[in-house]
Each structure stands twice: as C-alpha cells, then as structure tokens.
Write a protein that binds this ligand. Structure first.
Ligand code: NAP
Length: 289
C-alpha cells in the first residue's frame, strides 16, 4: 500500500476487526485499500482480543465511537449478547460478523450472508429449482443455508462429520426458515448417492485450508462437469477441491469471493457508499499470493 499521501487526522474514523488469533486476517489490507481508493478518511486496524477481554473491548469500542468493526473467530456468537440490536439475517444465522456503531448503539449484522450471495450469483443465474449438497454444520454452513434459502433455494442436503450437530442445525433452521432441509451422515457412500442428484456442491468446513493443502472430502472423479463447486475456504486461494473441480470441467467458486463479498457489504454498512469491489479483490488476492 502507498502511504505517502495518507493523512490521519483528528477527523479520521476507525474501523477494526476483533478476534483471536488475528495475525492472519486479510481484512485490514482489504479495507484500507478500499478506504484509500474511495478517498475516505477512515482507517482499519486489527485487535487481538481473547475471550476474557471481549466484554471490556466491546465497551471500549463503543465509548471510543469507532464507526464499526468486524468480529471473527471465536467471538461471532458470544458477541451477540453484548450488542444493542441484531439484524434479522444475523439472528437467523445465530452469529454476527459486522457491527455498526450508530451513535453509541451497537447493531450486529452477518455479512457472510451477503458474501455467499455475492459469490454464488457470479456463477449461478438463479438458485430456484437447483439442488445443493452442503458439507458442514458450523457458522459458515448456517450462513450458506440462510443465504441460499433467501435466494429461492428449496432443496439442500446437509452432511457433516458429526451427524448430531448437523441434525440439530437442520432442525433449528428448518423451523426458522419454514422449509424442510435434508440431513444425511457423511461417508463415501452417502456422498456418491447424493452427488448424482445435485447441481451445486459446497464445502463449508475448513477441509483443505492451509497447511492441509492436499485435503478434500470428495474424490475428484465424483465431481460432475455440469455442477457448480463452491468452497468457503479462502486460504489457499485454490483449494484441492477447487483444483479438482476445475480439472473435471465444473464451474468453481473459490472462498475468496465470499470473503470479498462480506467485506463489500461491511464497507457499505460503515460508509454508506458502494465498495470498490475490484480493488478489494485485488488486495485479497495479492495478500494470498
Ligand atoms: P465452525 O463453526 O468451527 O464449523 C466447522 C465445521 O467444519 C463443522 O461442521 C465441523 O464438523 C467441520 N469440520 C472441521 N474439521 C473437519 C474435518 N477435518 N473433517 C470434516 N469436517 C470438519 O467453522 P466455520 O466458522 O463454519 O468455518 C468453516 C470454514 O469456513 C473455515 O475454514 C473458515 O475460515 C471458513 N470461512 C470462510 C469465510 C469466507 O468469507 N470465505 C467466512 C466464514 C468462514 P464437526 O461438527 O464434526 O466438528
């Protein structure tokens, strides 16, 4: 980043990310590039906050009147009790990744939802009538399901390493979203059976993330040419799943697209203006190498 004509003054507004650990976060690079590109007097920092300090840290951010902040692991759920209100999408997901400080009132959002929609819409014209297979039952999986249902998805099969966790997530979301989600155990036979009937395959687990670069939950030969493969993992920029899907001729969506999409939505919430998407994507890709 070129800092030469960047003036930080007594008017500069602060945004930040809190989490633990935080040293690998790409958000400061992405948002500072975006603020500079739009000539906004904002700066974005990262704060390593562990669980015992979360409450005090949030009160401090409120008192300092920071404009807003991102929340990452492990605080996305616990932060909810420390905020003044929670947007409907974030309530459905059950997690907050973005907070806006509105004159001392802290409002929680989940822009991972926007990230999922941003990533999918670039490759899938409409989700209506399409069937998806989603692996995982954590925060990213919940965001994928809520986002896809909001865009008209009616058939989602969920599989997870721990079946009971997927079962309780599916029961909870089926009730909240007023639809029936399908849950199955995760093994090679269930994968083989399910994959035959689906149009979209989504990895919402950390499988394949750095340093386990050669891990994937699915043998390459099971990936179909006419399917869309979306991996939420963004480090590395191309996971084994994405590389295998490319080899099989499938359409692919790497996780950095979701990451950029959530950043674009957070930027808009804090600044009220449209984010410079290409600049943010370029900053993320450069940082990922
Ligand atoms: P989480 O809440 O901890 O959930 C992790 C899920 O992955 C659980 O369902 C877990 O299964 C499953 N899992 C973990 N390790 C596994 C393994 N070795 N084999 C099979 N299943 C495994 O985490 P999360 O917040 O959902 O995040 C998941 C991934 O998404 C992370 O890599 C995160 O960085 C990424 N993410 C990306 C974005 C983006 O913007 N691209 C946004 C959010 C998250 P069990 O239930 O059996 O434990």
């Amino acid at each position: 980043m070129n800092y030469s004509n960047w003036i930080i003054s007594n008017k500069t507004r602060l945004c930040c990310v809190i989490g633990h650990p935080i040293d690998k976060s790409l958000s400061p690079i992405m948002h500072n590039e975006a603020f500079r590109a739009k000539d906004l007097d904002y700066v974005y920092l990262a704060f390593d906050i562990n669980e015992p300090h979360l409450k005090k840290a949030v009160e401090g951010l409120r008192a300092l009147r920071v404009r807003g902040f991102n929340v990452t692991m492990p605080h996305k759920v616990t932060i909810m009790n420390l905020l003044d209100s929670i947007d409907r999408g974030a309530s459905l997901v059950g997690a907050v990744n973005t907070v806006v400080n509105d004159d001392g009132k802290l409002i929680g959002y989940n822009t991972d939802l926007d990230g999922v929609i941003f990533a999918l819409e670039a490759k899938v014209h409409s989700l209506k009538g399409l069937k998806s297979l989603l692996i995982g039952a954590g925060g990213a999986a919940r965001a994928c399901i809520v986002a896809m249902v909001s865009k008209g998805s009616k058939e989602i099969i969920v599989m997870n390493r721990t079946f009971n966790k997927a079962k309780s997530m599916v029961e909870d979301l089926s009730k909240k979203l007023k639809m029936t989600l399908n849950v199955k155990g995760l093994n090679i036979n269930s994968l083989k059976r399910a994959i035959k009937s689906v149009d979209i395959l989504i990895n919402a687990t950390p499988i394949g993330t750095y340093p386990n670069l050669e891990e994937s939950f699915i043998p390459q030969e099971l990936i179909k040419k006419d399917m869309v493969v979306f991996d939420v993992v963004y480090n590395p920029r191309k996971t084994k799943l994405i590389r295998d899907a490319e080899k099989m001729g499938a359409k692919t969506i790497p996780g950095y697209e979701m990451f950029v999409g959530q950043g674009v939505a957070s930027f808009k919430l804090w600044t009220g203006i449209d984010a410079p998407i290409d600049i943010m994507r370029r900053a993320v890709l450069k940082a990922l190498g």
